[in-house]
Structure formats: C-alpha cells, structure tokens
Design a protein around this ligand. Structure first.
Ligand code: HEM
Length: 503
C-alpha cells in the first residue's frame, strides 16, 4: 500500500549511477542541509546506484524515526566491501542489529564503560590528562600527538592493561583505522556494495583495494594480538603476569568459568571497539577544544575562576606526573587519597560542562553520526521510506539550527548555562547538544560516559595549567575550517601555549 506514496524529495542524478558522481566530497553535511532548503523539506532522499539514501535534517525527523521507531531503524547498511571482503562484519559498529551478538556486545560494553567502571579509572584519567597539559606546554606544535597519546594511554590501559611508551605505534594506529574506515565506507565508493556480482571487477580494477583489507583489519584488532591480557588466563593468573583490565576480567571471570572460543571472539571484538571507538573521537573533540580556547581567552578566564572557586589551592597538589604515576599504574585498584581533590567533582563543574557541550555543538565530532538502515518499508509524513534505505542523521544541521541554537555560528558556552546574559531571552539553557552528538536508538554510542569523563578531565587540566592564545602579531583573523571524515575537527592553526604560574 505504501507504493502510493512518493519518496522524500531530492536530487535525481543519472539513470544508472544516481547521485554517485555528484556526491560532495567535502563537508557533505552542509550540502545535505542546503538540499533540504532547496527541496523544501527536512527529509530528503536520493539514489546511489540501486541504494536509496534518506537524509534527516531536523531534530524532529531524527527523533521520530531513529528514536521512536528504533526497532526498525537501528540496523546498519550492508557493505560488501567493508563487512565481507574486509571481514569487518562482526565489528560492533557494523554488525546487524538482528544478530544476537549485537545485544551481547552492547551488554558487555555497557558494564565495561558504565559510570561505576569509570569511577575506578578516574585516577588514571586524571594522571594522563595532567601529562597532556604538561606536554602541551613543552611542545605545543605537537598538539595532535599529545592528544592522541592521551587517548591511547587511557584506553590501552583500561582495555588491555597496557602502558604505552612515548613513541608507541598504538598512538597512531587508531587514527589510521579511522581514516581507512572513512575512506572505505564513503557512500558509493565501491561498486561491489551495490552489485555484489561486481566484486570481481572491484578486486581487479581498484588498485588501492589490495592494501585495504589487510591494513584495515590489522589496525582495528592490532592490540589484541600479542597482549598478555588477551590470553584466557587461568594460565595468566597463575603465572603472576595477570593485569586487571577490561579484557582480563572478561576472559578470566571471578567465578572461574572458562570462556568458549565463541566468547573469546566476542570479547576480542568488544576490546577492539573500545580502542577504535575511543581512538579518533575524543581526540577530535579535544583538538577542537584547544583551538577554540586560543580564539576565546575570555572563556578560559571564566573556566579557571570556576575551578579555583571550587577547589582552591587543592588542585595545585597535582603538579608532578611522576609523583602520582605509581598510583596510576595500578589504576583499577587505586582510589584518590582523602587529602586529594575529589575527582568526581571535576565532572560536575557547570561551566566546564557548558564548554564541553558547546565544543561538541560548534565542532561536532560525528557530523552525520554513523548511517543506519531501515529493515521494513515505512511511511513518514506522507513519504515512502523504502526497506533497506540507508538513513543518515544530519547532526550538523540540528546543532546549527537557529531555532534550537540562536546564532549557531557563534561559540558561546553561556548558551548552556541557566540565566546568563547571552541567554537572557530564554530562562532555561538551550538543549544539551550531547543528545545529538552520540547517535541514536539501539546504536547510540556506548562510550558516552567514558568520552565525557576523558574530555572533561583533559579540559580541566589544560585550563588549569595552560594559557592558550594566538601568536602575537598575527595579522589576519583566523578562519575556522573543519576536516571531512567520519570524525571531524577544526583544522590546525598556530597557537601559543604558556604555563600558568601557580604561586
Ligand atoms: C567525543 C567522543 C565520542 C563521540 C562524539 C562518539 C559518537 C558516536 C556516534 C555518533 C556513534 C554512532 C551512533 C549511531 O549510529 O547512531 C558512535 C558509536 C559507537 N561508539 Fe562512540 N563516540 C565517542 C566516543 C566513544 C568512546 C570513548 C568509545 C569507547 C570507549 C566509543 C564507542 C562506540 C561504539 C562501540 C559505537 C558503535 C555502537 C553500535 O554500532 O552499536 N565511542 N559513537
């Protein structure tokens, strides 16, 4: 009966290729938002080969479909190239929501990344964030490396009990995995995704293909191979080399149960997801944060005042990375000393939280989240949404919708504070941007609490120790530009980082 309805409006493209050659390669989210204006509807659609793509450009459409109808809108588009040829079909990001493993994965990650688990990681997260701030002071030109190191140090210790070294290959590998994933999953990139029979053509014709599956899988699961903690280890425990971490706890549960090969495989993909999920996302957000602070000294001053007003001189006790490193080394058992700062309090600072929400809004990490797939034909506002269509949530469009966020291109954490001057017309803060930043329905990001905590701690330590500014004598105003990819961040520009005198 739904064939009576038209598809949502949108550009037509060619007879065979559809929009394949007309898809934007730079900041596609902006083009999709523009098409939505041109075609006069927040929901638009187009075709790439034989696949329908539906883009949701409004908050209402996203919550009506991806949240309220999550039962049918939570699958992932099938990618032959990625899932079958690259053997990524079992990865948490790609697995079908109808596969029983999907539920298992999410259960494991929810307990491993839940608030209780995170409380145990706080000393490690604080330690590594302090190291990040000190690194920025020493060599601000290595901004990205310091931030990647911070993310890798925390997640590798949490997931595998592994302490990274300064030039550890794992620092870069997640970035590489994300770059390859972005490239491999671009809509219409591989003919084989749309016509499986053409698999052989792709194999023969696309030269980069030869490198793709190998490097992609290696980076994603790299940490698993060769780690002591990935041995199902009655063995490990007995030998004294056992390290308490996410992986070892699952592989050697306290009840003494032995994992089946199937369980081990499930745990392997979960550990890989921690590494891949955390790899480039928090990194992108913290890069954007540092660059935005260089442009907004007034925000830095206000945030520092909040920190000082809350903690006084107490926070200054954390001056020396080496003095606290032994505690951090044994992260899962360490507790902050009574005379230390209450680490839980860092996550509750209102202005610090407002800055984080504004960074995630102004410079979204995932401008289009990850694509979903609808598993049944549906009708929405008189439009036909065909079974198996790929559904893209245009998160960027929502986070820059002036009816939700007035003056959306202005960076202003105050919009998330109650009754501040810039918020005078609204008595309540603007809606929390996090509800859009971390995805939807049954695929919503399981790392949200972990991501928030790592971001807040990094921001806290950077604001406390570093004064970030533009080089003096810079003549041109900085034009804020963004990278394009599954994850995005503000493109680098020169900054100056000076230590803040603490005495
Ligand atoms: C600022 C940081 C982060 C942002 C903005 C972010 C955002 C997202 C988004 C938009 C999705 C797709 C949701 C959807 O399809 O609707 C996602 C999925 C996912 N994220 Fe995150 N994420 C972040 C950090 C993390 C961290 C730290 C981890 C793990 C430690 C993680 C693990 C995952 C996993 C495993 C998925 C796949 C879920 C599934 O397909 O079922 N993320 N994330």
């Amino acid at each position: 009966a739904s064939t009576r309805y038209n598809l949502p409006p949108g550009p037509q493209g060619g007879f065979i290729l559809g929009m394949r050659r007309l898809l934007p390669s730079v900041e596609p989210w902006k083009t999709y938002a523009r098409w939505s204006q041109v075609y006069g509807d927040p929901v638009i659609s187009f075709r790439v080969y034989n696949r329908h793509i539906v883009v949701l450009n409004s908050a209402q459409a996203i919550s009506d479909l991806l949240e309220r109808k999550a039962e049918i809108y939570s699958d992932r588009p099938m990618s032959w190239m990625y899932n079958v040829i690259c053997d990524r079909g079992k990865a948490i990001f790609n697995i079908s929501s109808s596969n029983p493993r999907h539920k298992q994965y999410r259960k494991i990650l929810q307990s491993g990344l839940g608030l209780r688990a995170i409380r145990e990681y706080l000393p490690l997260i604080q330690q590594e964030s302090l190291r990040l701030a000190l690194g920025l002071i020493q060599s601000p030109e290595q901004l990205v490396t310091h931030i990647q190191r911070n993310s890798a140090a925390v997640i590798m210790k949490v997931a595998f009990g592994y302490m990274i070294t300064d030039d550890d290959p794992f620092i870069k590998v997640a970035d590489e995995a994300s770059r390859i994933s972005g490239w491999a999953t671009q809509p219409g990139r591989w003919l084989v995704d749309h016509h499986p029979i053409s698999m052989f053509q792709d194999i023969l014709w696309k030269s980069p293909f030869n490198e793709l599956p190998h490097s992609s899988i290696i980076s994603f699961l790299a940490p698993w191979n060769g780690m002591e903690t990935t041995r199902p280890s009655v063995e490990g425990k007995a030998s004294g080399i056992h390290t308490d971490c996410f992986t070892s706890r699952l592989l050697s549960p306290d009840d003494g149960n032995i994992c089946s090969p199937e369980d081990v495989d499930t745990i392997k993909w979960c550990a890989g997801a921690l590494y891949a999920g955390a790899g480039d996302t928090t990194v992108s957000a913290i890069i954007s944060f540092v660059l935005l602070m260089a442009l907004h000294p007034e925000v830095q001053v206000k945030a520092r005042e909040e920190i000082r007003a809350t903690f006084g001189d107490l926070v200054m006790n954390y001056t020396d990375v080496s003095s606290t490193s032994s505690r951090a080394r044994d992260l899962t058992h360490s507790k902050a000393h009574e005379d230390d700062v209450d680490l839980n309090q860092i996550s509750r600072l209102p202005y610090l939280n407002a800055i984080m929400k504004e960074v995630l809004r102004f410079a979204p990490v995932g401008n289009m989240a990850l694509p979903h797939r609808v598993t049944e034909e549906d009708v929405y506002r008189g439009y036909r949404i065909p079974k198996d269509a790929s559904i893209i949530a245009n998160v960027w469009a929502v986070l820059h919708d002036p009816s939700i966020y007035p003056e959306p291109f202005t960076f202003s954490p105050e919009r998330f504070m109650p009754s501040s001057p810039s918020n005078s017309e609204r008595s309540t803060p603007q809606p929390d941007s996090k509800q859009w930043s971390f995805g939807f329905g049954k695929r919503a990001c399981p790392g949200i609490n972990f991501a928030e905590t790592t971001m807040l701690f990094a921001m806290f330590n950077i604001l406390l120790r570093c004064k970030i500014s533009l080089p003096s004598g810079a003549t041109k105003p900085v034009e804020v530009e963004f990278t394009t990819g599954i994850t995005s961040h503000i493109k680098l520009f020169p900054i100056v980082v000076e230590p803040i005198q603490t005495t």
